[in-house]
Design a protein around this ligand. Structure first.
Ligand code: SF4
Length: 124
């Protein structure tokens, strides 16, 4: 079994109000980056947390505080959301920093496939 956490971009989840429906739809259907896992492996979604905001001078320290909401609960992998993969200028820096800080946790760039429609999100 793999315990999975999702880190979303607060620039997408706050004012635009993304509720992570596309991430969750492809998690259920094991599409997008969730297709990486063997079909026979059970996947559990442990939690979703949004990034604390662009880092300014605080660097990854802000993220390290926030990500404990996932790492303290024994996740095996943290997926950066599709929006974070597409928009975040800090994603590579964050990935490297998290891999160094949490070597037992797999950091994956991405969640759902492109263009998940409302109709597709309702399925599965
Ligand atoms: S640091 Fe990246 S993930 Fe976080 S709010 Fe800014 S763009 Fe989004």
């Amino acid at each position: 079994m793999a315990k999975i956490g999702i880190l979303t971009c607060s620039n997408a989840t706050q004012d635009p109000g993304c509720s992570s429906v596309s991430c969750l739809a492809d998690f259920r259907r094991r599409k997008g980056m969730f297709a990486l896992y063997p079909q026979e492996e059970r996947l559990t979604l442990t939690g979703i947390i949004n990034c604390p905001g662009c880092p300014t001078l605080a660097g990854p320290e802000k993220l390290f505080q926030r990500i404990r909401a996932l790492t303290d609960f024994g996740v095996d992998a943290i997926h950066f959301s599709f929006c974070m993969k597409a928009l975040c200028p800090f994603k590579e820096k964050y990935k490297t920093a998290l891999e160094e800080a949490c070597p037992d946790i797999r950091i994956v760039q991405g969640t759902h496939e492109e263009h998940v429609t409302p109709e597709e999100s309702r399925g599965g």
